[in-house]
Write a protein that binds this ligand. Structure first.
Ligand code: SF4
Ligand code: SF4
Length: 445
């Protein structure tokens, strides 16, 4: 394939590579990525040495920044064995020019980790993203193995092993129909039971149409007759998907708990990203940036797609074994993809008071109509509007503290003082003055 770049590639990219493609040892019910194996019928789904070398070398060559990240994701990357990932580290060190540094990350379900793995991850400073959906009963609702058994026991054992080896761990928690109504319980579980300090919440939104909804509700794992390839089409959602209002309530409740107790001790990606937006520094997360296109994904065979959430035939940019990724990322196709995030916003978003922080979120979720009937509004809009409005005052406060040279945790003292004044004289059974609609004793008391 030949391409004729007329644009330049982004100066920095966040590329995720899937060495085993969509193949995983688990069968998480909501994981529509499992269906992507249908894109490569009959394939062995193992990245070969040539593609591994091209991935590492081109990732280093393609970026103008000093800190390069080699990131592994799945499917389940540990299926490749520790020696495969070790080879990526060796290659990265071989190709890294002087003056640049390299970091490694891996996203995993954790169930195949052992001492060898953890020792290797610790020695090479990997940041490991571990998928945990909350306390065991919530985790096991959808995160099951091929025999449909819950996986919480194995995942918690992996977490303990990682901590014992002092590996940096980021908890990745999807928010779905099973845990959406338990935000504080989920957050406190991570903070108090696991002692986690880096958290990332991800809304589960599985799109379906009238034709696909019934089969989609059964899950995306293999062996199911008529299983469709998941694509970003349809304006219905599966029964596992988070509701828009629930998503907003979840984020608000976790934020309230965090901002009063844990600023500076626990890092929640959404809250960090919001603070960056309130500081007027753009966004640290692609979903909240004005444009996107710098987060491509690499399949096991070298195929490069516009984004992890658009591994679909029409969003394939080419293959890095034939064309350098720098060239693929500079194509009009990828520019159109990235700018489409901004250019396709409905008027409802353009008029929105929190657009500076939201920017219509990810295009993959824009499948409902605005109140005036214009298509292209984000399914999660109601939740984001509620969340960004709810945090405006405390986040503004934090941004002001930082601007005048203070540190973010100072916000907790200010809020405690305000709460004392605001709640003085309120009875335990009175409605909470915060406006939550709950009794005071169940809310801020
Ligand atoms: S499509 Fe969504 S997830 Fe992908 S880069 Fe754009 S905003 Fe990020
Ligand atoms: S909150 Fe809703 S209206 Fe506002 S920018 Fe986000 S998606 Fe658009």
């Amino acid at each position: 394939m030949t391409t004729e770049p007329v644009h330049s590639a982004p100066p920095a990219i966040h590329l995720l590579a899937k060495p085993s493609g969509a193949i995983c040892n688990l069968n998480c019910t909501y994981c529509f990525f499992l269906s992507k194996e249908l894109l490569y019928p009959g394939d062995r789904f193992r990245m070969d040495d040539e593609t591994l070398e091209a991935y590492v070398r081109q990732t280093i060559e393609s970026q103008q920044i000093d800190e390069i990240t080699i990131a592994w994701q799945g499917g389940e990357p540990t299926l490749m064995g520790v020696d495969f990932i070790r080879r990526s580290v060796e290659l990265a060190r071989q190709y890294l020019p002087q003056g640049k540094t390299i970091e490694f990350s891996m996203q995993t379900n954790g169930t195949l980790l052992d001492d060898d793995w953890c020792q290797f991850l610790a020695e090479n400073g990997f940041l490991v993203g571990l998928s945990v959906d909350g306390p065991p009963a919530m985790h096991d609702a959808y995160r099951v193995d091929k025999q449909n058994r819950g996986t919480s026991g194995r995942v918690l054992a992996a977490y303990e092993l990682l901590k014992r080896h002092e590996v940096d761990v980021n908890i990745l928690c999807t928010v779905n129909a099973a845990n959406q109504d338990h935000p504080v319980e989920v957050y406190r579980y991570f903070r108090d039971e696991l002692g986690a300090d880096f958290l990332q919440f991800i809304p589960i939104v599985e799109r379906a149409s009238e034709v696909t909804l019934e089969i989609a509700n059964k899950g995306w794992a293999g062996g199911r007759k008529g299983r469709p390839l998941y694509v970003n089409k349809g304006s219905m959602t599966t029964e596992r998907s988070v509701g828009a209002a629930q998503w907003g309530r979840f984020l608000c409740a976790v934020f309230d708990e965090w901002v009063r107790n844990d600023v500076g001790d626990v890092f929640v990606q959404y809250f960090d990203a919001a603070l960056v937006s309130w500081l007027g520094m753009g966004s640290a997360m692609c979903i909240f940036a004005e444009t996107c296109g710098a987060a491509p994904v690499l399949e096991h065979n070298g195929d490069l797609y516009s984004c992890d959430h658009f591994v679909e035939p029409e969003h394939k940019l080419g293959n890095i074994n034939e064309t350098h990724m720098l060239e693929l990322l500079a194509t009009p196709q990828q520019h159109k993809f990235g700018n489409g995030k901004r250019d396709m916003l409905p008027q409802y978003c353009l008029d929105c008071e929190v657009r500076f922080a939201c920017h219509g979120e990810c295009p993959r979720n824009r499948f409902i109509s605005s109140p005036d009937g214009e298509p292209g509004l984000n399914y999660l809009c109601e939740g984001y509007k509620a969340f960004f409005s709810h945090i405006d005052e405390p986040i503004r406060l934090m941004a002001d503290i930082l601007r005048r040279g203070g540190i973010a945790p100072e916000v907790m003292d200010i809020l405690a003082e305000r709460d004392r004044a605001r709640f003085v004289g309120v009875g335990r059974n009175d409605p909470c003055p915060c406006g939550s609609g709950q009794k005071f004793k169940r809310c801020h008391a």
